[in-house]
Design a protein around this ligand. Structure first.
Ligand SMILES: Nc1ncc2ncn(CCCCCNC(=O)c3cc(-c4ccc(F)cc4)cc(O)c3O)c2n1
Ligand SMILES: [Mg+2]
Length: 214
């Protein structure tokens, strides 16, 4: 049967990127998505905003919802100080299989824990599975209608602390209207929009950065 897009993206990384060099993995994926096949990675333009927020927060504990091929996983993990852990959740086993290989190729596997399953099921297990008390940083990039229920779940499970940073992809395209309305109007969040473009296109999109106020 024909290969899948994630498999073709992985093959491009194995063929063109330098093993153990996260930046070359990132650049290879961006080149592939711009010149061969579009794929729903956060991309280079929004990726630069993601980088700046990760550097600013310098999180000890970080959570990513929606791994896909591991592009943003590698972007985040390459900036984390030693001894920190990025937990990334992926629902689709085929995506997870590709992401594991891309993460390993980048050499960042020791900083990353990829867990297969749905965010709604796994978030309540974070304390028991990983001994996590709270997350300093959460990157939301999974089903757009799960952003709002999942941050409410993070609140209920007391996985957010005063100052925890949430960064959400695709708040314009495909769009997460209920999430935006909540974080922009809730007294428990201070929110800011970073205008950008949908990965590899000229279509408007952006990232919403929200600080949990406790
Ligand atoms: N609950 C749970 N728990 C864990 C999980 N792991 C994965 N999932 C499911 C996530 C499935 C992929 C989510 N991402 C997107 O759908 C997405 C789409 C576009 C896009 C597409 C077409 C267009 F024309 C324009 C824009 C662009 C983006 O940047 C996107 O991130 C989970 N769900
Ligand atoms: Mg996205």
């Amino acid at each position: 049967t024909r290969s899948t897009r994630p498999q073709r993206l992985l093959r491009a990384v194995q063929k063109k990127a330098i093993k153990g060099d996260p930046q070359s993995v990132i650049s290879t994926i961006d080149y592939f998505c711009r010149h061969s096949e579009w794929a729903m990675n956060v991309g280079d333009e929004k990726g630069a905003i993601l980088d700046s927020v990760v550097c600013e927060v310098s999180p000890s504990t970080a959570l990513e919802l929606g791994t896909y091929c591991g592009y943003s996983t590698v972007r985040i993990a390459r900036l984390l100080p030693p001894g920190t852990k990025l937990i990334t959740l992926e629902f689709n086993p085929d995506y997870a299989a590709v992401a594991r290989q891309i993460i390993e190729y980048s050499g960042l596997q020791d900083k990353i824990c990829l867990v297969e399953g749905a965010s709604g099921d796994l978030i309540p297990k974070m304390q028991e599975l990983f001994g996590i008390k709270t997350f300093d940083f959460v990157f939301l990039d999974h089903w757009k209608d799960r952003y709002l229920p999942d941050i409410k779940l993070l609140e209920e499970c007391q996985l957010l602390r005063k100052g925890s940073i949430l960064l959400a992809d695709n708040v314009i395209c495909p769009g997460t209207p209920d999430y935006l309305e909540y974080v922009r109007n809730s007294p428990r969040y201070e929110s800011k929009y970073f205008k950008s473009h949908l990965e590899y296109t000229k279509v408007e999109d952006g990232l919403e950065k929200s600080v949990f106020l406790g």
